[in-house]
Structures are given as C-alpha cells and as structure tokens.
Design a protein around this ligand. Structure first.
Ligand SMILES: Cc1ncc(COP(=O)(O)O)c(C=O)c1O
Length: 406
C-alpha cells in the first residue's frame, strides 16, 4: 500500500484518489485530486493503476516540451552531478546563458531577474515599476485589467483583476487600479500622476482564455509612450511559443515594438520551477543592489532546465508548430457537437460548451476516459497540450471529447 507519509495521522485533505493518502497533511487549498499520476512521456501520462491519459493541460501550460523530454532530463541530470546551487551572491554559467538568450529573444538591450514562479516574476515587475516611478512620493500605482490573473502572492493577487479572489484576504497592498479588459480608453481614464505602469496579459488565461482584442496592446503601448508609463506584459502563461509566437504580445505589437517589462515562468523550465522578469536596461537600472533578491531564483539546476528548453523550442521551431497544430485542434474542436465556440491562440484554447452543459462535469467525464483538460470557466474547457503534440493525439483527444459530449 502506498503511503504519503509515515508520520502522525493528520487528515487535512480527504483524497478521493487513495484512502492511504488521507494521512497527507496538505492544506485544503485544492479540491481533492481524482487521479494519482506516477509517470509521463511526451503527451502521455500514466496513473498508479497503469491507466494511460493524454495530457491536454500540461500542468497548466508548463510542460510545453512534453513529459520527460530527453534533452531537459539530460540537462538537469548533468547539472545535478556538478552543481545544484551557489546563491546569487556568486556567478553561475547556466543562468548567464539563459539571460543572454532571453534578452536576445526579447529584442536585446534588456536585463533579467530570475525567480521561482510566475507570481514572483510579477512581484519583481511591480517592485521595479515602483522603484522606476520614484515610489510613494512619485509614481507607484499599477493599472491592470478585470478578469486578469497575475498570481497568488499579496501584490500579484492585488494586481489580479478578480474581486472574488481578493475578498478573503483584505486588506491587500494598495496601489492597484482595475479597468475594463480590452478598453484602452478605460485604461487612459485611470491614469493620473501617481500611476507608474500598465500590467496586462496578451491572452487572459485563467480569466477564460480570452485573447486581447486586435489593437488593444498597441493602444496600451501608445498610451504608455504618451504618458511615460511602463508597459508590463505578463507572459507567464502565453510566453515561449504557446500562442504560436515566441511571446503573446507579438500578435498585436508591430515588429520591433515591445513592452518595457515582460514576465515569464511556466514553460521556461518544462516542470522545473523557474521564472524570469525581463526589463529594458534603462528601466532595470532603477534597481540598486539590495533592492530585490531571491535565494533560489536562477540557480544552476533551474537555469540548466531553462537553457535546454530554450534550445529545443528555438531549434525545433515550436512557436510555428504551435500555430499550425493549434489551428488543426481549433478546427477539429469547432466541428464537435456540443461545442458552441472555440477561442484562444495557438495551443492555448478554450472550448465554450453549448448552453446547459457544465464544464466541470465534462472535465470529470473526460478524465475518466483518459483525457486531461481543465474547466477554466463553468462553461468552458481549457486545452493546452504540449507544443510537440502529434496530429494523432489531437484526433484521439477530439474523439474523446466528441464521445463525451454526444
Ligand atoms: C498570466 C499568469 N500570471 C501569473 C501566474 C502565476 O504563476 P505561478 O503560479 O507560477 O505563481 C499565472 C498562473 O497561472 C498566470 O497564468
């Protein structure tokens, strides 16, 4: 029999998956899991009974190269054999290499701060915006959109434009103004001389997979240029090829035009926790030694994973692949009876179900049949398969969805 821990018997979290796991003292922040995964390869996962699944969620947009990608496995194994960690008081080659690559991909002339998560990447961006704006006696407020999601730490939560997520944790840190998503005029109306930055997603992922309307990011870029504000784009979910371009903002900003700050995480480590906040060097220069830091961010182990990920995404042209394969998935889904509409970009899609259907029930039925997706809203399923997903796997997934909705 499997054991989560052999310590004191604490039933903090009733697992539906295995009564033996009931003794695992996890805080009840997630609903009880229905499946215990033990192994993965590519798009496939296996549970503890040996049942196979297709992973069309990727740990929420993380394992873009698929599970157990041999080059990521080799990179982290090799790194683990020589040096796991030294602290940011010292230099290490893997992080330096990843910073150079990320800066090149983002157009050059920038600097990078490594983190362990998306929320931390956004915390760095928010602190940098305040430092750049002069803090309390200068410009320090950040405008973000309703429906957005920027993370669970206190400042990232305050930036998140979902009041229901704020309620239990009031008072949140001040300095955040929320405006209607997709509306440049609403953002402009929220600006006064205390505002330092606009923080925006290229596709609202947790908000239901809603792509920025055409011209929105362009309009925000112009607004920020006109009023000397920073444009921060949160690419935690959309970055590194998922939407069919390296970065989601590239769907809307003209070639050569870019944000002042970009935050990344999720796909950067393909499952090894690593995030990054990139900023134009003139903006990053607002930070002084001691202003910000992290024990683990960018340590050699995480950076080795990120280096392998970036190498594979670039060499195998995975953004282009996400675009092509995403179109195939979108077209197949749009033809399924029971799906009213499909939205999103590349391989970050949502299938809006026809009226009367509950996406949580459909998600559970699909899981039982061996397809992992997520009910991103009560009426929509999110699909985010790895960028290496095959045509056959797409057809298999769509056949399962068709069967469940029939
Ligand atoms: C756009 C966006 N920003 C930030 C985050 C937070 O990332 P993390 O969970 O790694 O802190 C997420 C997570 O879903 C996200 O989708």
């Amino acid at each position: 029999m499997r054991r989560c821990l052999d310590g004191p018997s604490v039933t903090a979290h009733a697992f539906a998956v295995d009564p033996a796991l009931e003794r695992c003292p996890f805080m009840p922040t997630y609903a009880p899991p229905q499946v215990l995964f033990v192994r993965g390869r590519g798009t496939e996962l296996w549970d503890d009974t040996g049942k196979r699944y297709l992973d069309f969620l990727c740990g929420l947009g993380v394992t873009s190269l698929g599970h157990a990608h041999p080059e990521v496995t080799a990179a982290v194994t090799e790194q683990a054999e020589v040096l796991l960690h030294v602290s940011n008081l010292f230099a290490s080659r893997p992080a330096a290499g990843v910073a150079v690559t990320l800066d090149r991909l983002l157009g050059g002339g920038g600097q990078v701060f490594f983190t362990n998560s998306g929320a931390e990447a956004n915390e760095c961006a928010i602190k940098l915006a305040r430092r750049w704006g002069g803090g309390e006696h200068g410009r320090w407020q950040v405008i973000s959109a309703y429906g957005s999601f920027h993370g669970r730490t206190m400042a990232a939560l305050a930036a998140t434009g979902q009041p229901t997520k704020h309620e239990p944790f009031q008072p949140l840190p001040p300095g955040f103004r929320h405006v209607a998503w997709g509306d440049v005029d609403a953002a402009a109306a929220a600006v006064d001389d205390t505002v330092a930055a606009v923080l925006i997603e290229a596709v609202q992922g947790e908000g239901g997979v809603v792509a920025a309307p055409p011209g929105y990011l362009r309009g925000l870029r112009e607004l920020c240029d006109d009023l000397s504000l920073l444009l921060i784009v949160d690419e935690v979910q959309t970055g590194l090829g998922r939407t069919g371009r390296w970065f989601g903002y590239q769907h809307d900003l003209p070639e050569g035009v870019r944000p002042d700050i970009v935050t990344l995480a999720k796909a950067l480590g393909n499952g090894v926790p690593v995030g990054a906040c990139w900023a134009r060097a003139e903006v990053a220069a607002a930070f002084r030694p001691g202003d910000h830091g992290t024990t683990y961010g960018g340590q050699p182990f995480a950076a080795a994973a990120a280096a392998a990920v970036l190498k594979v995404v670039e060499r195998d042209r995975l953004p282009e692949r996400a675009n092509a394969v995403g179109t195939r998935l979108l077209c197949r889904l749009a033809a399924v009876r029971g799906i009213a509409a499909v939205r999103g970009r590349g391989l970050l899609l949502a299938a809006e179900l026809e009226e009367g259907r509950d996406s949580r029930i459909v998600q559970a039925q699909l899981l039982r049949r061996g397809l992992v997706v997520n009910a991103v809203t009560p009426t929509a399923l999110r699909l985010a398969p790895p960028l290496i997903v095959s045509d056959e796997e797409i057809d298999e997934a769509v056949a399962l969805i068709t069967e469940v909705l029939a």
